[in-house]
Write a protein that binds this ligand. Structure first.
Ligand SMILES: [Zn+2]
Length: 94
């Protein structure tokens, strides 16, 4: 068995605020690299719908096509996309 790969997330200041296209409330988006054994492995995008009654976080992770040899920029099929949407759960304190 080989060693487990080490994953890391690059935290950065690439935060943008934007108005929600649906209701115009403030939302935030941040993106950065996910590294695997210190090599760029994936990109993540996180959107935070902050100004909403129903706050939610949307995560998009693009895996593959980074840090590989012979990268074909048009070969997007080699990338895998992961979408996660998280909603704050009702806690019953309302
Ligand atoms: Zn909205």
């Amino acid at each position: 068995m080989s060693e487990l790969p080490v994953y890391g997330i690059e935290l950065n200041e690439r935060i943008k605020t934007f108005d929600c296209p649906h209701c115009g409330k403030k939302s935030m988006t941040v993106w950065g690299f996910v590294s695997r054994n210190n090599a760029a492995h994936a990109i993540y995008y996180a959107g935070l719908m902050t100004g909403h009654d129903q706050a939610s976080a949307r995560l998009t992770i693009s895996i593959g096509g980074w840090g590989v040899e012979n990268v074909d920029e048009d070969n997007v099929e080699s990338r895998r996309w992961l979408f996660v949407e998280a909603h704050r759960q009702a806690t019953g304190t309302k």
